[in-house]
Write a protein that binds this ligand. Sequence first.
Ligand code: PNW
Length: 474
Amino acid sequence: MGISTKPAESSQTGASKENKLPDRSLAAGFPSGFLWGTAASAYQIEGAVNEDGRGPSIWDRYAHIPGKIADRSNADVANDSYHLYKDDVQLMKALGAKAYRFSIAWPRVFPEGTGTPNPKGLDFYNRLLDELLANGIEPFATMYHWDLPQTLQDRVGGWMSRDTATAFGEYAGYVAARLSDRVKHFFTINECSRLVDLGYGAEVDAPGLTLAQPALNQVRHHVALGHGLAVQAIRAHGRAGTKVGPAENIVICVPAIETPANIRAAEIATRELNAGYLTVMLEGKYTDAFLAYAGKDAPKYTAEDLAVISSPIDFVGLNVYMPHHYVVAADDAHGFALTPFPASFPHMESSWLKIGPEAMYWAPRHVAKLWDVKSIYITENGTSATDQPAADGHVDDVDRIMYLRNYLTQLQRATSEGVPVLGYFLWSLMDNFEWSDGFEKRFGLYRVDFKTQRRTPKLSASFYRETIARNAVV
Ligand code: PNW
């Protein structure tokens, strides 16, 4: 197999003198020390699902059910990053990226979810960490990016049971004890809301259930509890100074027009529409409106649970793809109204991925303002694109560049106003298994030929390399 790691030449070459770009990095760049990285997750890139004692995960099971994955694929091999991780680290290095957000596959470490650990599984991450650090790339590890050990699903119904939250805490503590000599930042759970809504509510993600509201609310609570137990376990077992926080895709509420009244309405909406996860994590209680709305379907919980869920965190990670609502002020009890998306609202290659760059400004600004959060990472941002290769194999993904340029401009707006965003992880380093969309939707800076495993930089890789080099939007 061949890997080409040199990003395509930037389109600046040959520009006339008049077109020389001014150096904006001092005048309008990101703060110095801003951390630029890329992101990926275990099941989406690793492959090697039966190697070195890994147990099955709910995604292995789900992807093999006929009809669940758009292109009838699965991630048994995916990007084969389990074997090609050294090459993949070179792809990051070629971008000038200084950080990598990856996830640890729970079923590699505990093949049955609990019980006897599998040292060979953890060894893969030891190798990966050593390779990253040898190349000057800081590892940021996510404990759970949806690949639950299948045995936990079979034995206790996965997140339907609080036993899974308990098991998650134990697994997270075990990992933190062994990796925190090199990993200084851990994320607990990737996107609580998506794993619950699409996995247990809408039959889109594994385990593919369609629970009714009371059971669904209980799953929500167990996932939030799992986050809190993991925070505590990582603190208890990690070295001093180990930092931990969530990686949430909050419901992002954007003021339809930036008036003080609409901005306030968008803040109220953000607090209420994230009541089940980020709000309870940061406030230690479910909001009155959340409990009133749930009514008799509200989850069952104790005061102790709320204390666990709201265990102090060191930072908030935000996955930002799109605005979820444009909000206007309202004179009713809620204080906000959500406007419907017109049919003509633009989207990227994935039809759900609406184009609203200002989400990248408002998401961290709301979080900093509402909860006085002092450290924020953008843990994911990126887009699918058609990525049709030209005859010579090049992918000139100017639509991805358009998307990134506009979102990063809004992020720069936020940091220039003092919103404490410390780093940005682009989703994704390379094309990979996009869950129920299989390999049909490509999110990478590098194109992957899944027959040969060849990785080729797209034009957006050059864009990102330039952005990192200047520490400013180009
Ligand atoms: C993320 N939204 O999911 C996941 O963390 C990744 O594993 C995935 O590959 C990537 O985004 C692209 O889909 C999201 O509706 C799905 O805002 C939907 C939303 C956000 C994140």
